[in-house]
Write a protein that binds this ligand. Sequence first.
Ligand code: GBH
Length: 467
Amino acid sequence: MAATASLALAAALLSLAGLSRGSPQDGLPSRDFPPGFMFGAATAAFQIEGAWNLSGKGENIWDRWTHQHPEWVADGSNADVACDSFHRFKEDVQALVDTGVTMFHWDLPQPLQDLGGWTNPVVADYFEDYARILFRHFGDRVKYWITINEPASIIESYANSRLGAPGLDEHGVADYQASHTLLKAHAKAYHLYDKYFRKTQKGRVSITLNSAWHEPRTNSQEDRQAAERARQFYFGYWAHPIYSKIGDYPAVMKERIMRNSLAEGRFRSRLPEFSPQWVKFIRGTADFFAYNHYTTRYAASGTQGEIPSLQRDSGVIRSYDPKWPSSASSWLKVVPWGLRKMLNWIKKEYGNLPLLITENGFSDHGGLHDKDRINYFVSYLQELLKAIYIDKCNVFGYTAWSLVDNFEWARGYTEKFGIYQVNFTDPNRARIPKDSAQALRKIIKHRALVPNLLQGEMPEPRVVLVT
Ligand code: GBH
């Protein structure tokens, strides 16, 4: 009796978690990824390389921020050595299943920050020069280019010093100015490629945007409108200038920021304006959609945040459902269905451009038997397959974050995202595959969400997936 009950429980868990092939409850038309679907695992230079002052490398804004303010990093650490990938890159490349190169993942050279960083429009020209060098030297091999990773995250550190480099507290002002230059820089790099490199190198160029899915907190009309405003302020902010038919920042942002700015006694909006020429120059500068997705937040109508700030301008209060399972990162709750909703919203809003998921992953505090991470990948990939087969979202690839445990920005080494463990006290920085690396290897090898990824180590009920 006990045995039957636990078998039944196991079967129920399996089908809840969608881990048994062909289970009718999981709502998946197919567990196979479409032909040509691309898989990968990602990481970022500053987070792994170390060698901060070797080989002619100059100081960047994250070197400065971590050295000047170790107290702003959760464990007082820095990335001077990190995973030492500068010396161990061969191992890491071997571990990579597929790769592209992102040009800029937050490590702006300090001398450019001394000129104002992204608030200074001249930095867009320097970025174009940098892009030219990369296209020239690597363009024969790199076919998928990402200009900038998560501009929405970059500008957070112009608004709140504790979130990262450059560590400014100019919320509602410098963050908006920085966004203007970031969009211009991206567009310049895109046009440069178009004009001089595309014909011979035949690659594709995009920019990685990120946002949580914003779900209305209640079903009231106010909250539903607030959720839509949140989508515009946190995502449309970047996507609308590039992917919409008319270009430019979303109308709701322009209106609300102008209104608040005038009410503060200013003579113009804190959100800079693009000339019609710039609107045209920026619109359409992506050959595919690149998107980082981790989590979901609730959005409710209300006024919160410092005066002035993006949050206050948005008129949205964001929160989590206490029922959503946690990770080691306070902001990262496990809400797989949010991915599917977001992919559908992107499709409705901007058309069904081919889309690459450039990051998706889960943090814990370490350990090789990372069941919760496997659960995260499986449950998000299930929602991805539903988006592909049921909703016809045009997703052509998926990249897991992260290849190796690494320097997690303001969280130091306290939150681990890797599918490979790195021993940070070992001078050799030995890498060991976690269970999640094996699980992903199976998925990629079979190009399918194969069953029994957790077989032999059935999850206790507490790790049952929320679907
Ligand atoms: C990605 O950003 C980054 O691209 C990557 O480098 C990083 O390692 C990975 O996430 C894991 O964190 O402290 O509540 O204000 C994900 C989006 C945006 C999430 C900034 C954390 C700060 C949230 N990130 N956000 S909070």
